[in-house]
Design a protein around this ligand. Sequence first.
Ligand code: GLA
Length: 388
Amino acid sequence: MDAVTSFFHERFGESPEFVAVAPGRIEFIGNHTDYNGGPVMGLAVDRVIGVALSRQEKPEGEFATSGNGDTVVVPLAEISPLKGEDSWVNYPLGVYKVLREAGMKAEGGFRMAVASTLPPGAGLSSSAAFELSSAYAFAAAYGYEADQKGMARIGRRAENDFVGVPCGLLDQGVSAFGQAQHLVSIDCKTEDFGLVPLPEGVHFWVFNTQKKHALTDSFYADRHRECMDAFSVLKAKYPELDCLADASLEQLDAVVGELTEDQLKRARHVVTESLRVYEMAAALKEGDLARMGNLLSASHASSRHDFENSCDELDFLVDALRGVEGVWGSRLTGGGFGGAVMAVTSADFSEDKANAACEAYAEKFGHRPTIFHTQSGQGAHLVSEQPA
Ligand code: GLA
């Protein structure tokens, strides 16, 4: 990431001591299973957020992002989230705070510059990439030791407690553990991570609708709550259950009368989606790409009808991509309520075909989705260290 080093130099007039990068992610399968203790699989993409950092004596954090002239200065004695246009700083600031609470000994302050090759707002979780690259840079600067899982947890805690989104471990976990030509699989109950080799020649395309529901965050929190409520009903009858994703369809049937219609649908999605992730692992092991595609379609249908986090735009894209030469399958990816659709394809799928889907979409909705194409990338890591 030379760009972030030169940007740091340009802004602060010196070379950075530490440079770290972390990739964005694509949620492959396992929609809203993570915070329900279920399994999930994701892909680290080949674009990153890079962070350059130097320590300084003044007890202040100075943050600069390329494309924005102002440097944001934050006193570090007492840290609380920023509001308004400076709120992009909350990702690294939250990570810094969580690291300090976790025992990182940080004297004085720091200067941080950020640059990105991740397209913004493309549904690739740039926030997790920002958290993880910051975590690696701070850890190197202040001698904090943690493995990949520890780093993923730090990022998630910053997101949950400081940024205020009750997300699961998917985004930060994939950004931390990603490896080229592999999917990251996470058992979110045990927090066990694994790598699943990708079949040869598989490509990933992300179509972002650019639709962001005004209430995105509250919808996410609403679904989170519905899932927790459904789980407490199940837990009362089946105390041995650790999480919603562990429930069986039979157990769900047995409490139907005690759940609202919405709670039942959310729970059914989480339970069936978890089963699909296990089936996906088997399909990939056997190299059965047709089955992989069917599981992706079934995942989308479940999100659409049971979890109800799809929308006309996402459904349109999934329908437009169905049956197109080279497309194995597609589904909404990430939180939903707008956002992005992911397609898994062979090399036969091309920019032209992706554009055709976007044209059809534009005719109906009046604007084109953004297109992002990747095969895979590497997880978060420190790129260079030259302590002053
Ligand atoms: C967002 C969250 C993740 C996960 C997905 C839905 O991307 O950040 O933790 O819950 O939504 O699967």
